[in-house]
Structures are given as C-alpha cells and as structure tokens.
Design a binder for this molecule. Structure first.
Ligand code: LLP
Length: 426
C-alpha cells in the first residue's frame, strides 16, 4: 500500500498530514516515508530469500543520511560512486566493509581515502583504473579487493540516457577481456580480483535483459575458473524499475527466478545494488501554486518548485504523477494544463498538456515518485536554495535536511580585491 494516501480529503504521508509539514517547513519540500522504504526493502529481501543475495543500496538514488540509515538498519550495505558518497555512507552508520565503491572515474585520491577508511570492495572499470588502484594500495600497504565491472553488451530496453550495458556506453570493460584483467590484477601488487560485476541500466521494466546479462556473467565465471582464477562474488547491479505512470513493474519473483536459474549454483556470494526500486516511490515533492495564467489553449499553473528540484521530466521526458494535496480545493472544469516552475527556461516543467481541474493559487500539489534521483540531482540554478527534506515515521516527522539559505550560497563566493572598481579591465 502506498504511504501517500488521501485521508479525510487530505494527502497524508503515513500518519502525518502534508499541510502540517508545509506549515512547519514551507514549500517546496521533499517528503520521505520511512515505512515505505522499509517495506520495499523487506519485499525485495524476501523475494531473494534463500539465494544468499546481499543488498547494497545504491545511495546515488537518494543519499540523505536518514534514508541511508533507515535502509542500513534493515541490513543494507551501500553502493557508492564517489568519496563523497563513501563519507555519507559512513556518516549514516554503514560499516566500511559493507561499502562497495563503483564508478568509472575514481581518482587516486578518492581510492586512497577509501582504502584508509577500510572500504570493502572496489569495482574497477578500466585497465588504467586497475593500475592506479594497485599503485595506491601498494603505497599505503593495503590489499584492495577488486571486482571487475564488465560490459555484457546487452540492451536494457530503457531510456538512452540511463542505459549502461551496451558496448557504446562508457561503462565496464568488454566481458571477453575479463581473463586479461584477472591476470593483470593477480600480477599487480596490492590488488586481488575475485569478483565480477554488471549493471546494464536503470528503470528496467522488463526482466529479460537481466537474464541475458547474468547468463553472460555465468559463462565468464566458468571461463575464469577454468583458467585457474578464483571468482567468489558476483555483483548483479541495480536497475529494477518502478511505476511512475502505468508501467509494469518488474515482478520480483521473476527477477528472483532469473537469479536462481543463472547464477545461484556457482557457489558465489551474490549482491545487488538497487537504488530507485527501494526509494523511488517512498518520496514526494510538495510544491505550492503561485499563479495561474492562460496562454492560447493552455492553462499554466506556476508552482514554487522547479526543474532545479526535480529535473527528471525535462531531462528524460519522465512522467511523474501529480495530485492535489486537498482535492476538494481543486475543482472546476478540467483542461489541458502545464505545471511549471518559475525558472527562466521552457524546459522548466513537471507536466505538460495534462488534464487537470482548476487549481487555486495557494493550493498544494504533490509530485509523486520523487524519492529517487530527485533531491540528489537538485541544483541552485536561478539562485534557488535547495529544498528541505523531511522524513515521516508513523505519526511523527523530522526535517532531515534543512532548507538551504541564501547565506549558505553566498558564503561560498568571494569578490577579488581587483574588482573594487578602482581599476578598469585591460
Ligand atoms: N549500480 C550502478 C553501477 C549504477 O550505475 C546505478 C545507477 C545503480 C546501481 C542503481 O540503479 P537503479 O537501481 O537506481 O536503477 N538519474 C537517472 C538514473 C541514473 C542511474 C545511474 N546509475 C534517473 O533519474 O532516471
């Protein structure tokens, strides 16, 4: 059941009325439901039960400390892609050995900090990166556990910007080259490769590409073993999609069956890296109607949230359902409506040409499925301070990231002396 439902005509997050949060923190704001996060995690965990699969939450989807902690308390480790995310995972209480450091461009400085922190595994994506890791690990006297991210050349059948497992994508190394990499890792000081990893894309609504990709991992595991290498861990990546509009959410039991049929008999530890699946539907973005205006046949509802708070509609043509927080305040004739923000770009919209009833100025709207890739992709464009994040737990709520202030933004900048107006530019 969704954590966000109307009760007595008012949208609630679990036991808390959304207008009460708006009153306390202002708008716009993100609101996450702890119970929704936990329910998703437990469903996923239960579906994979018996397969020995360990869940590493891909914190890029939503890296708020409270979100990471809520999932870590359920048993999740963290899949991270920068030293910043390592720091977040640690700050949220994830044990260093439960952190898996992925990403195509880790710098030696990031590697060094992660090694010193005791990060459990590095997923490596190129020969240069492997050599760089070896050098740092050797210098610091560490032995880095290396997973090789392979590119299986499988079409994930998702949006072009979030497909990652084709040869033309920048991710991973061609799967046929895995033996070379395992040889190299065992010859280099400071690195030990015993793991293969794959991630073919995000928001997958069909499971067949997983079967193809995991099948290739299986074949490569057998090939590597024949060549005398140890492969004791397979990282199956993330990518399971969610319902934004009317998609078919991939069925967890079908996914589990694929894992069982492709890789479960290989005597490897298995892990997955879900992001969106755990958090996407556990969050909303709440904004307030500022003005309503008409242009041609269209009605424009201008709200106080914008593309800097949620860029997915304009970046990926993504659909997010939008519901009024108090439907009885939103009556009158329906009409083709654009719900837009105040930013000076035509791409600043949450919905275009959608049928909505009249919305009075001051009404609250909830943009749904904003738990993943929303706050984390926010920017300060148009000098808009980032919106606060709130987590609800039953009948209580807490601000888990305060609203940025203009002072926060201005504090990062400074004026050079030579712009004091006394000298002209040459
Ligand atoms: N593992 C790796 C190596 C990844 O690159 C990603 C996502 C994940 C796991 C988690 O994928 P998920 O389970 O969330 O699909 N900003 C885009 C999504 C970008 C995904 C990037 N990588 C969006 O808003 O749709």
């Amino acid at each position: 059941m969704s954590a966000f439902t109307h009760r007595d005509g008012i949208l609630h997050a679990d036991g808390v009325a959304i207008p009460a949060i708006a009153e306390a923190v202002g708008t716009p704001f993100y609101c996450y439901s702890r119970s929704a996060l936990v329910e998703r995690y437990r469903n996923f965990d239960a579906a994979l039960a018996g397969l020995g699969v360990d869940i590493f939450y891909a914190i890029k989807a939503n890296s708020n400390l409270a979100v990471i902690r809520a999932l870590a308390l359920e048993g999740a480790g963290a899949d991270v892609v920068s030293i910043g995310e390592v720091r977040r995972a640690l700050a949220a209480g994830v044990a260093a050995e439960r952190i898996l450091f992925a990403g195509v461009g880790k710098t030696q400085d990031e590697m060094a900090q992660a090694l010193e922190a005791g990060v459990g595994q590095f997923n490596v994506e190129s020969e240069s990166e492997l050599r760089a890791l070896s050098e740092v690990a050797n210098r610091l006297g560490h032995e880095a556990t290396v997973g090789l991210r392979v590119n299986p050349d499988v079409d994930a059948k998702t949006h072009a910007k979030i497909t990652t497992g084709r040869k033309e994508n920048k991710f991973g190394v061609d799967i046929e080259r895995a033996p070379e990499f395992f040889d190299l890792a065992s010859n280099l000081p400071g690195t030990q490769a015993s793991s293969l990893s794959v991630h073919i894309g995000s928001q997958l609504t069909q499971v067949s590409p997983f079967r193809e990709a995991y099948g290739r991992l299986r074949e490569m595991t057998l090939t590597l073993r024949q060549a005398g290498h140890v492969v004791d861990h397979l990282d199956l990546g993330g990518g399971l999609g969610i319902v934004y509009e009317n998609e078919d959410e991939p069925d967890l039991s079908s996914y589990a069956r694929i894992v069982r049929e492709t890789v479960s008999d290989l005597d490897c530890r298995l892990s997955v890296e879900p992001g969106r699946f755990l958090v996407g539907n556990a969050g909303i973005l709440v904004a307030k109607v500022v003005y309503v205006k008409y242009g041609g046949e269209r009605r424009f509802v201008i709200v106080d949230g914008a593309m800097n708070d949620l860029i997915r509609p304009t970046l990926y043509n993504a659909h997010h359902d939008i519901v009024p927080v108090e439907p009885q305040r939103v009556a009158g004739p329906t009409g083709l409506t654009d719900i837009v923000g105040p930013i000076c770009e035509s791409g600043d919209y949450f919905a275009q040409a959608r049928d909505f009833p009249d919305m009075p100025e001051g009404a609250l709207l909830a943009i749904l499925s904003a738990g993943a890739y929303s706050s984390v992709m926010a920017s300060n464009y148009n000098s808009r301070p980032m919106a606060p994040e709130v987590m609800v737990d039953g009948d209580r709520f807490e601000v888990v990231r305060r609203r940025q202030s203009m002072e926060d933004l201005l504090a990062l900048e400074s004026l050079p002396d030579w712009l004091d107006g006394s000298q002209a530019a040459d």
